[in-house]
Design a protein around this ligand. Structure first.
Ligand code: ATP
Ligand code: MG
Length: 294
């Protein structure tokens, strides 16, 4: 297990009139080399959880383990953890602070005091991994980039640290449907080609159902559901009540349930919905015949 979060409580703005208990007994595990999606409505505690994983917030109760070691117990090195686990914040602008793309992405390698040739190689690799050709982008001004490009540069900057895992806070927020698809495809590539552990947050299961190996549903600072996307989608009605956006195909299956209450709604693709309907329709037809026969 890369991370284990055990019964963690955390209060934001503790000791002030604005204190809010953002995590209230939160427990979960993050397996290595997989994509974990933390899904929940606004204020569920998703961002707080990511910052707690990195040790930026210290739990008031409970513990966070990285490869079995408590991150707040000596001799654990929190600085080293933050070089091994990168984070991409929700607003990429907040993460770009150099004038040009090349300089921005090389910040990590320079901080690690890598030789210039090695640093250049890493910057080139990282930019190309996010689909930005090095020669074209290295001298571009960060301020002149589109929102989607800024997000990619922020990711390249984290990749250049050669992390083992990256935490993404709402990576698809504010992107158009095409930008969303491109970003999700990029996360999949980072997992398969770079063997990275990925954790992302979202308020929508539509974005992550096809991508995540594991989904953790957070509500009011607690884990309320977890498992494979399919296991979680089987609770579609509860998810809707939590204001979580469902994949279109699940919404259709859920709508059809008003006709056939036993219809499964943990379908992920149109093919699966069709299969479920084929399985179900003769049954429904025979029920109707029975009902209408005198
Ligand atoms: N900077 C802050 N200061 C004080 N309280 C905060 C701060 N940020 C968040 N909170 C509170 O902590 C709780 C959890 O918020 P958090 O931002 O972790 O949720 P979230 O799931 O990331 O929400 P969103 O989807 O809106 O980003 C909420 O009650 C929120 O009001
Ligand atoms: Mg958030």
């Amino acid at each position: 297990m890369l991370f284990e979060v055990k019964d963690v409580y955390y209060t934001r703005m503790r000791g002030t009139p604005f204190a809010v208990e953002a995590l209230k007994g939160c427990s979960l595990t993050i397996p290595e080399g997989k994509i974990t999606a933390i899904v929940g409505p606004t204020q569920a505690g998703k961002s707080t959880l990511l910052l707690t994983l990195l040790g930026l917030f210290r739990p008031s109760r409970g513990s966070v383990l990285f490869r079995g070691q408590d991150i707040h117990q000596a001799p654990f090195d929190l600085e080293a953890l933050r070089l091994r686990v990168g984070i991409v914040f929700q607003s990429p602008e907040a993460q770009l602070f150099e004038e040009t793309v090349g300089k921005d992405v090389s910040f990590g390698p320079r901080r690690k005091k890598l030789a210039p040739a090695q640093s250049r190689h890493l910057v080139q690799e990282s930019l190309e991994a996010v689909g930005l050709p090095y020669e074209e982008f290295r001298t571009r001004y960060t301020a002149s980039l589109s929102g989607g490009q800024k997000r990619r540069v922020a990711i390249a900057g984290v990749l250049a640290l050669e992390p083992e895992a990256i935490l993404f806070d709402e990576p698809t927020a504010g992107l158009d449907p095409q930008g969303r698809q491109e970003l999700l495809a990029l996360l999949q590539r980072l997992k398969t080609e770079h063997q990275l552990t990925i954790v992302l947050t979202s308020s929508s299961l539509a974005d992550v159902a096809m991508l995540a190996d594991q989904v953790i549903v957070l509500h009011e600072g607690r884990v309320v559901l977890s498992g494979s996307p399919r296991t979680v989608l089987a609770h579609a009605e509860e998810l809707l009540a939590l204001d979580i956006t469902l994949p279109e195909i699940t919404q259709i299956a859920l709508g059809l349930r008003s006709l056939w209450p036993a219809l499964r709604c943990d379908v992920l693709t149109l093919d699966e919905l069709e299969e479920e309907l084929v399985r179900f329709l003769p049954h429904a037809a025979s029920q109707e015949t029975q009902l209408s026969s005198p």
